[in-house]
Design a binder for this molecule. Structure first.
Ligand code: SF4
Length: 547
């Protein structure tokens, strides 16, 4: 997980002139980043100015992550750092938002008295009351240094209430089409009863295309959150307790947001949700993700702007033939699939309440590869789940060796109170967990190195992101096989026929060198597909995105 304060704004575009300046730290995953962008959009529209300089901020906001212990610690460290700045600097208010608030609402204010207000994941619009901006300042018409998505009109923002323009206008999440959530609620799936200091109310909020959003992602890339919450019963996971029941955004709302993004120059859209493959089930859509991808891919081709469309993350038993056909059919849908499998040993998966196993997964992967030749596959695993034996771990390693994923993440099991796994016997010692994590990563390193070497001499379209943070001698970019912020990097050391490259533009590049996870390439020309117009360089670098 990474965090950064918003950095670099276009100088002199907008001065504070009595407007409160807000410093914003966003932690955790891309879904949390979209929440940050929504809160920043609301603040901006209410008259605040965003600042990259925490010392100069009047209001500090930390949007936290509470996924596992490490993320919680990182969140607490960030809050404490901002609390010190508040004490020593000019900030009047410190606001804590996000998943940590859903978990420790009362505790945060009790234990960190510098915190003035908390805003849960279901209360994003409350950021205005927390910041003292519940009476929005008149719009000045001054140019914003940031990209603000406003759609066709503004959300009816009433602090403390659901957005009336949002997906769930009546503030309830029940679905005749998808009763899993209600059924799992009855079974206690979302219960916070064991969480001291947490509120009982589950989040229900989900932004829509009319909600102001201040985009912070770099280059020509943006996320769209198409669904929130999760109804799956995975026993190690507390995300449903933190984010609530599964709910999808309306089809047309997603399409409208995509159109607005493309119109402002975005060339890569990544659709996100805890499980995007359930998209639309709650309003009766079958194969909703495939339908949405198909519509976006066709529409954006007509509009003539979107070059890459991708989605994160797929649940293994929801990868349908129609979804694969849709990915294969459209040039502008990235040949990329992130399907977190969590393990490959059937007994472990059963205790995880996920099901499946190596044999089923290998068949599924073969089907995916046959339907979409050349597709890049990413997955993630948890090692050290309670009861995981040496034999289970070996089965996982054998599976990884055979499956040959392009990208793979390994998490050490984190014992989370409130998860079903918390009460399981057979906890694994930390040093064994760490040993297994390293062993699996070492195995994958060899697989990745081979895959990278196989790409030497081949040419790809590369989305150039800008100068490398490591050295100004190199520039960085990604192929469609690399999702933003998470997979390896393509380093460009030779600009070929170009004197300079434009961040956010696509170029055809030949891979000249391979490393364990990264590639080195030289530019050989324009991208294979004509990209309509050059994408303007972004005016700022954005907040960090977790992995
Ligand atoms: S599908 Fe993902 S978010 Fe949902 S419960 Fe399982 S691990 Fe958690």
């Amino acid at each position: 997980m990474t965090d950064e304060l918003l950095t670099e704004r276009a100088p002199g575009v907008r001065e504070a002139q009595g407007r409160p300046r807000v410093g914003f730290v966003s932690l955790g995953c891309p879904k949390n980043l979209v929440d940050s962008e929504v809160m920043m959009g609301l603040l901006d529209r209410a008259g605040a100015e965003m600042t990259p300089n925490a010392e100069a901020a009047d209001i500090l906001v930390v949007n936290t992550c509470s996924f596992i212990d490490k993320a919680k610690q990182e969140s607490v460290d960030a809050i404490l750092e901002m609390a010190r700045l508040k004490t020593a600097g000019s900030a009047r208010k410190l606001i804590v938002a996000g998943c940590l608030v859903e978990r420790y609402r009362d505790e945060i204010q009790k234990n960190i008295p510098e915190v003035d207000a908390v805003v849960g994941t279901g209360e994003l619009e409350q950021i205005l009351i927390a910041a003292g901006l519940d009476h929005p300042a008149p719009v000045t018409g001054a140019a914003s240094p940031f990209t603000i998505l406003n759609g066709n009109g503004h959300a009816d923002v009433r602090p403390g209430r659901e957005s009336l323009a949002g997906t769930h206008k009546d503030g309830t999440i029940t679905s005749a089409f998808r009763p899993e959530g209600d059924r799992r609620e009855e079974q206690g799936r979302f219960s916070r009863a064991t969480w001291d200091g947490a509120g009982a109310q589950l989040p229900q909020y989900l932004y829509d295309h009319t909600t102001p959003r201040l985009r912070t992602t770099k280059s020509a890339s943006a996320y769209i959150k198409i669904a929130e919450g999760c109804d799956h019963p995975c026993s190690f996971c507390v995300i449903p307790n933190l984010r609530g029941k599964f709910r999808s955004r309306r089809f047309e709302s997603v399409v409208a947001e995509a159109e607005a993004l493309v119109a402002e120059g975005v060339r890569e859209i990544t659709l996100i949700g805890q499980d995007t493959t359930c998209y639309g089930e709650d309003f009766g859509l079958k194969d909703g993700l495939a339908l949405l991808l198909d519509r976006l891919a066709r529409d954006m081709t007509r509009v003539g702007g979107l070059t890459w469309l991708r989605f994160l993350y797929a649940y293994p038993n929801r990868i349908t033939g129609r979804l694969l056909e849709t990915i294969a059919k459209h040039d502008n849908i990235c040949k990329y699939l992130d399907v977190p499998l969590q393990h490959a040993s059937a007994p472990v998966l059963k205790t995880m309440k996920r099901g499946g196993g190596a044999e089923i997964f290998l068949k599924m992967l073969a089907k995916v590869r046959a339907a979409v030749p050349g597709i890049a596959l990413r997955t993630s695993f948890i090692v050290g789940f309670p009861g995981e034996t040496d034999a289970d771990f070996e089965a996982l390693c054998d599976f990884v060796a055979e499956a040959k994923f392009d990208w793979l993440g390994v998490f050490a099991y984190s014992h989370e109170e409130g998860s079903k796994a918390f009460d399981l016997a057979g906890t694994i010692p930390k040093r064994v967990i760490e040993h297994r994590r390293r062993a699996l990563m070492k195995l994958q390193k060899g697989i990745s190195r081979q895959a990278m070497r196989a790409r030497v001499g081949k040419t790809f379209d590369v989305l150039v992101e800008g100068e490398s943070e490591e050295t100004p001698l190199l520039w960085e970019g990604r192929t469609q096989l690399h999702a933003p912020e998470i997979d390896g990097t393509v380093y460009l050391n030779d600009f070929g026929p170009f004197e300079a490259l434009t961040p956010g533009a696509f170029y055809r590049c030949e891979v000249t060198e391979a490393h364990d996870y990264d590639l080195v390439a030289r530019v050989v020309g324009r991208a294979s597909k004509e990209i309509p117009g050059e994408v303007e360089a972004p005016e700022f670098a954005g907040v960090g995105v977790g992995r």
